[in-house]
Design a protein around this ligand. Sequence first.
Ligand code: MN
Ligand code: MN
Length: 484
Amino acid sequence: MATKKQKSPKSPKPKKESFDHLVMKEESGWLNLNKKDLGTIDEFARVYIDFLNRSKTEREAVDYFIEKSQEKKFLPLRDVLKLEKIPSGSKVYAINHHKNIILAVTGKDPLEDGVNIICAHIDSPRLDLKQNPLYEDTGLAFLKTHYYGGIKKYHWFNIPLSIHGKVVKLDGKIVDITIGEKDEEPVFLIPDLLPHLSRKIADKKVSDAFQAENLNLIVGNIPVTKKDQKDPVKVAIMDLLNQKYGIVEADFNSSEIEIVPAMKAREAGLDASFIAGYGQDDRISSFAAFRALLDLEKPQRTTLVFFVDKEEIGSTGNSSIQSSFLEIFISQLVEKMKGAWSEKTVRMALAQSQAISADVDVAFDPNYKEVFDNRNTAKMGQGVIITKYTGHGGKYNTSDANAEYVGKLRRLFSKNNIVFQFGEMGKVDEGGGGTIAKFLAHFGMDIIDCGPPLLGMHSPYEISSKFDLYQTYKGYNVFLEKMR
Ligand code: MN
Ligand code: MN
């Protein structure tokens, strides 16, 4: 059978012109800044450092957001709900268990068309006191701890620590305790074993060498003088606490006391391009989102930022993203903005929403090249990161954002001159992590992870880039105001 003669493919002729527009280029964000930009970035970092020093726990972060938003005329939701109707342009906030806060600015568009949401977490890895923490051993008094979230235990030995928390006494009175932040106050330490006697321990695996039950805070050495007193140092410590706070040992049973690094956040590096501080995962995204909302012009769509707790232990519990707090908040808005509550409107509002799961991601660390895929890991100083999916292994346990939504965010950032980069955690089978994204995706809304890179993530003293912090703030601000 005769066939038509087929054209054979021709080899392309090599071209000479520039192809720069075809390939991605990696460039330091610091290159394209003028003196004014640098001043703005430094000033923003200065306010952020103050926030970090004042907000070492989720409760303290909530207090900071209440104080600063009230200065900008935000009103508690319970006051606003007394009005007949909530007009557009209203600024409101609501609190859940004093560990979550939602701040919102109402827009002109109908709620069922969706809301622009940024959600970040304000809890960080730390040590909590156990419910029976105080004991004496061989003339030393200690407080026992239970670590919270993903820590490397050895990080917590022999660094200055402070105590932040709440004790609920038997009569219901609540006592707030903070010790170790002011220069004139003592700090607390967990003594490590000296190298001279660590020969056998040094041969162990890191996970065996540092034991959770050894994370005990040293708190005292002076005994009471009463003769035949059992545990005289422990009793002396309890006496000090009783004089200062009116508490007895059993009151620890109903307390929440967090042990955090006492170090102050500060600039780092010879060029001072970094910020070092505790709890930047995820108070850096939280601060950027908070400021992005405060600096918003009147938005067309209703916008809100939501700060949650318990992300670091898997987002469980009534102050986590899995509580009904957001649904209740949206319900209350629906009732007062539409004139009547309807479940359909609430569900539509959530399903039509567009959201950013604001969380940090890892920055490439050249000292540990082997765990990263260089081409797909974010770099310090190259802007805010868009992370399409998190999870581990074969994308387990994640919300993998749709390409359409990724494209929309990319377009928005490009149009508004936000310096951004794409990144994922590390090599595919090296490990992994998760965020709150999957819990909001459950409502049907579009959601994607987006936040700044960190070095030394989950350590007591994490490192961020001033440049990336500022780009994160700008990116969030543009998202809240302009995402359609
Ligand atoms: Mn995080
Ligand atoms: Mn984390």
